[in-house]
Design a protein around this ligand. Structure first.
Ligand code: HEC
Length: 133
């Protein structure tokens, strides 16, 4: 009896492991990336401050992601996939969840268009420094 249980347990554990690996890919909430910060221009540093105040609660202080929102220092958000317009739109109208499972991003009404321009300079500089593009 005991001898038969052991392989069953092993198979059970394997099935659980495979399920865990394939159930969410890398897209589950909690996916965050380590970000190294380059030396920032003054515009980028201004963008960083605005980002910290308005965006970091979900995207993380350096846009590496949190349990509430995805990393923006990520291939998905390189300029050819999400051009600068996506940032202005995201802040103005919010984002319907489509790439991840964090839920929707609400419109962020505390930032102006000029604020978003500075945020973009910050994000692009950090993306470049981290080999995103
Ligand atoms: C309340 C949480 C939250 C805050 C605050 C937040 N975001 Fe987001 N953001 C999200 C989530 C969640 C997504 C991912 C939606 C998806 O694709 O599944 C997202 C996606 C984005 C995208 C991708 C847009 C697209 O077209 O796919 C950009 C750009 C972005 N956010 C920028 C910002 C900026 C800039 C700020 C600050 C002004 C900000 N976010 C603040 C949660 C947030």
């Amino acid at each position: 009896m005991k001898d038969k249980m052991v392989p069953l347990l092993v198979i059970g554990a394997l099935i659980m492991g495979v399920y865990f690996l394939f159930s969410g890919g890398g897209k589950k909430p909690g996916t965050s990336v380590a970000v190294k910060l380059p030396v920032l221009s003054s515009t980028a540093a201004g963008g960083q401050a605005i980002f910290k105040t308005n965006c970091s609660q979900c995207h993380g202080p350096n846009a590496g992601g949190t349990t509430q929102g995805p990393p923006l220092i990520h291939k998905y958000y390189e300029p050819n996939h999400h051009a600068d317009g996506a940032f202005y739109r995201a802040a103005a109208t919010g984002v319907r969840a489509h790439h991840w499972r964090f839920g929707n991003m609400p419109p962020i009404r505390t930032v102006t268009t000029q604020d978003v321009s500075k945020i973009i300079v910050f994000i692009r500089d950090v993306q470049k420094a981290n080999g995103v593009f």
